[in-house]
Write a protein that binds this ligand. Structure first.
Ligand SMILES: [Zn+2]
Length: 146
């Protein structure tokens, strides 16, 4: 049995443990007409690829893929798949930079694609965090294709 604090972090639909996201970020990313519904609690981001839920909180408020402004990169059918939301750099661009231009590091990707410029991750990234880790994952994916 998960304890109470863990139960609060579980997606009400797929029952997987989500990642905490600050209220501020959720307010920026839900559709404008839903902003008022967000309230003032923090949320969790559902990390399942298959699940339609994006954000949920302990009060039972939830938002699905149709109710947020940006595609969630790891969700099924996300289009485009952004690795850097601030500079709108896609996973495809990162993979191309690795495969065609020989990029190996996040620094290379920043140089080639312009990722992480004008960074305002708290506002743009669905986790409210820097996209560094997502870029690294896309690089690894590109390297494995070479
Ligand atoms: Zn879910």
């Amino acid at each position: 049995m998960p304890n109470k604090s863990e139960q609060n972090k579980i997606c009400p639909v797929c029952e997987r443990l989500g990642e905490e996201v600050e209220n501020f970020t959720v307010k920026q990313l839900v559709m404008d007409h839903l902003t008022e519904l967000v309230g003032d609690k923090n949320y969790y981001l559902c990390i399942s690829e298959e699940c339609d839920i994006v954000y949920y909180n302990q009060e039972g408020i939830k938002f699905d893929k149709q109710q947020v402004k940006v595609p969630i990169w790891f969700k099924k059918d996300a289009k485009p798949k952004y690795t850097c939301y601030c500079s709108k750099v896609t996973e495809e661009q990162v993979i191309n930079a690795v495969v065609k231009d020989g990029a190996k590091t996040v620094a290379d990707i920043i140089k080639i694609t312009g990722a992480m410029q004008n960074a305002d991750c708290k506002k743009n990234n669905p986790l409210g965090k820097c996209c560094h880790k997502i870029i690294q994952e896309a690089i690894d994916k590109g390297l494995s294709m070479k």
